[in-house]
Design a binder for this molecule. Structure first.
Ligand code: CP3
Length: 357
């Protein structure tokens, strides 16, 4: 499979037998690693994203330091709005802030049509370079924000507690919301197809703000576009992971979106999530990221509960229920990775028998 020396992650995504549960950590390339901070001190965030040598280097850091079973390309979900003509600033503490959020039909007209091959070439170059440098050690995951989450950032201009501006847009001017969502869906499909072409072994679609919608609006403004997006992505058999944070109450419908894997946060037991999706999709998750603040034995106990909750058999990719926090001790992340590698084999004895046959 794709000349990968370790293809556990790809096999688990496709629910093929695995010897043990694969693990990687959302936001694994980032500030909690001193090795990342050393590079970040010298360059600003976007320079790092736009310099393939730097992006490839920090992409591989967690593979070397933690021994995770997959790498994810170092970039950000906000590179698409940036390419469409919306510059932003990465504020220490506050996160990204767009200078000119879009709130009106006039603003929308200013958005540029983009072509990934030209406007986001630096990400594609980073993927090709990281693939080359990884030399098949582990798969490389490409990613994008989902249409709804990108729309939210573009309209709010920054993170928000109430999401008042994007809610005003979908209630008062739904035509405009749908127009932008359609534009984004096409841009993301082109971008993700190009990432696969450049060498990405799998794709993750981050829908971080999906949980801020009502259950019905989730179908209309988020899931519908993810459905269309997945149909449009050109791929051979590269798995697609959809992570709609905060909407596990829609597991069953979400499992029909065309993704191979659904990511879940820590507010649902994996046993329940698995029961709802049946054999349709694999599941990624879902240790509470703050568990990594605790001492090693507590981390191991909580990790075991997640493994036990999913139970036996393939189709589980171990991860946190959201990104790793910047003030986590990297040794604690390593405790988690080592534990899963050592102890998850017992959940795959039947898989192993199939593999040996
Ligand atoms: O997972 C990885 O290691 C790959 C790299 C990656 C980054 N951002 C790097 C990053 C990925 C997959 C993302 C996705 C992303 N970016 C999401 C979706 C996932 C999620 O966490 O919900 C979102 C919402 C963003 C937007 C964003 N970018 C925020 C809110 C912030 C600031 C807060 C924070 O966590 O730092 C960023 C900045 C960012 N993106 C950093 C990194 C390493 C830190 C920037 C720095 O070095 O100052």
């Amino acid at each position: 499979m794709n000349n990968l020396k370790n293809d556990l992650y790809v096999r688990a995504c496709k629910r093929l037998p695995v010897e043990r549960t694969p693990i990687w950590i959302m936001r694994q390339a980032g500030r909690y690693l001193p090795e990342y901070r050393t590079i970040r001190e010298k360059y600003d965030f976007l320079t790092m994203c736009k310099t393939p040598e730097l992006a490839a280097e920090v992409t591989i850091q967690p593979v070397d330091i933690l021994g995770v079973d997959a790498a994810i390309i170092f970039s950000d979900i906000l590179v698409i709005p940036e390419a469409m003509g919306m510059p932003f600033e990465m504020n220490e503490g506050r996160g990204p802030v767009f200078y000119h959020p879009i709130r009106s039909d006039e603003d929308e007209k200013q958005l540029k049509e983009i072509s990934a091959a030209d406007d986001l070439k630096y990400v594609l170059d980073a993927i090709s370079l990281a693939k080359k440098e990884l030399d098949g050690r582990v798969p490389l995951i490409g990613f994008s924000g989902a249409p709804w989450t990108l729309l939210t950032y573009m309209v709010e201009g920054q993170g928000s507690k109430t999401f008042s501006n994007v809610k005003k847009l979908i209630y008062n001017n739904p035509e405009l919301a749908h127009k932008i969502l359609n534009k984004l869906t096409d841009a993301i499909a082109d971008y993700l197809s190009a990432q696969i072409e450049a060498g990405a072994d799998a794709i993750q679609i981050f829908d971080t703000w999906a949980g801020n919608l009502s259950s019905r609006d989730y179908l209309v403004f988020a899931l519908k576009y993810v459905n269309q997006l997945i149909l449009k992505i050109k791929r051979k058999d590269e798995p697609i992971v959809y992570f709609p944070k905060g909407v596990h109450y829609r597991m069953r419908t979400t499992a029909d979106c065309g993704a191979d894997v659904i990511g879940v946060d820590w507010t649902i037991d994996l046993a329940k999530a698995r029961d709802k999706v049946g054999n349709k999709v694999a599941i990624q998750g879902n240790l509470d990221p703050t568990v990594l603040y605790a001492e090693p034995n507590f981390i191991r106990r909580e990790a075991r509960k997640v493994l036990q909750s999913y139970g036996e058999g393939t189709g589980h990719i171990f991860n946190l229920g959201h990104g790793i926090l910047p003030d986590i001790n990297p040794d604690h992340a390593k405790v988690l990775v080592d534990y899963i590698k050592e102890k998850s084999g017992q959940y795959h004895l039947a898989d192993l028998a199939t593999l040996k046959r």
